[in-house]
Design a protein around this ligand. Sequence first.
Ligand SMILES: Cc1cc2nc3c(=O)[nH]c(=O)nc-3n(C[C@H](O)[C@H](O)[C@H](O)COP(=O)(O)OP(=O)(O)OC[C@H]3O[C@@H](n4cnc5c(N)ncnc54)[C@H](O)[C@@H]3O)c2cc1C
Length: 440
Amino acid sequence: MKAAVIGAGWAGLAAAVALREAGAKVTVFEAGHTPGGRARRVFHGEFDTPLDNGQHLLSGAYRHTLALMRRVGRNPDALLMRRPLRLASLDGRFRLSAPRLPAPLHLAVAVLGARGLSWSDRFGMLRLMRGLKAMSWAPPRDWTVLQLLRHYAQSDTLIRQLWDPLCLAALNTPTAQACAGLYARVLRDSLGGRREASDLLLPCTDLSALWPDAAARHLTMRYGSTVRQLQPSQDGVVVNQERFDAAVLAVPPAFAARLLDEPLREAGAGGLLDALKSFDYLPIATLNLRLAGSWRLPEPMMMLREDPARGHLGQWLFDRARLVGDDKTGELAVVASAAVGVAERNRQPVIEALIDQVAEQAARHPARLPPLPEIRAAELFIEKRATFAAVPGLTRPLNTTPWRALALAGDWTDTGYPGVLEGAVMSGLAAARTLNPRAV
Ligand SMILES: Cc1cc2nc3c(=O)[nH]c(=O)nc-3n(C[C@H](O)[C@H](O)[C@H](O)COP(=O)(O)OP(=O)(O)OC[C@H]3O[C@@H](n4cnc5c(N)ncnc54)[C@H](O)[C@@H]3O)c2cc1C
């Protein structure tokens, strides 16, 4: 089979690997110049090692992603720093740490031993987890996360301290708008599963080097090659005037809608076209900082306290120098999810406020951290359409299309997950399977 994959994000590359392993000759069309899509390497002159277009975090529950890394010869144990679930705020006021005990004991001990929570909040957390389990992790379809949290009487402190930042990290959507069902699914697979599933996996290389580079080496890659024409039929797909036996369209839904507008209308599949057009998107901002000297954080990833009125928009801080094993330098990444409106603001004040947030909260840490060293370089990446808004009632397309020869892939397809890497990989594998049942 001669197959085309359009889009070299994690979804498209997963599909390409599976199709190739099943014997297809695969050509990947990618508009950009780096494999990885929204999770890719970016070079920057003022930083010694490559950056990413945005700091990412994986979890022990990402089993399809971890298995795929191994399939292309990459060792997740060497490339990802695996840490037991530990959420600690930079100001030292909050800490939740799961011991290496079998599930669900690890979680119970973590919750009961959490610092910065009242006993009533600790029991409140356990009540929520028990309640979700009792409803088979499937809250009513139209509930927001905030409704779910209120239903289980979670206090404002607990929501602000824990559930808000976790929801932003997993769904990139604030609790007041986010879909309770998707949140429950993430909690089920991470906190409700085996202990290892709740581990945090922090990339020790750039995101393209994790596995997309290795996958691309075995594929025919056409970089800088934007697909502008797509003509699907039952027994083949014409891509930019070149015929393939089958194709996977693994681009964001708005682009898929543009490419398939006419064919879908002609096929009477207006419902799918509407679904492709119906997504809203939310941004994520990542501030990369190169410091004048080494500055070790107590944890490689720490929570930040938000104060939007002061521009303190970050929720997470990553010690990137520690992740790449560099003891001599200091490099940080500050992540601000659902950073609505940031792209429209003047960059310099946004950067300064985020640096101020880090310096101020570090100064409060009880372990008396040394002051933040001088900043040598600061680069703010803003992905305006980082993920789709994970709101209730979304109609997410399946991998199939009206044509046997064309499949859809992307984190936005009906994966059961929000817009995350694991969902992207799962969708790519599923798309490959719809074209060739031997592709797994
Ligand atoms: C800043 C940021 C932080 C994130 N943090 C996390 C995190 O911590 N954990 C997590 O799990 N997920 C995170 N995500 C989400 C994760 O990155 C995405 O879910 C995942 O990368 C989506 O992959 P995809 O293959 O579905 O789509 P994309 O990565 O968008 O891939 C689509 C590809 O198609 C290409 N393309 C588009 N149109 C065309 C065309 N016409 N012709 C050819 N090529 C085309 C694009 O260039 C792109 O490479 C984050 C995302 C961002 C942006």
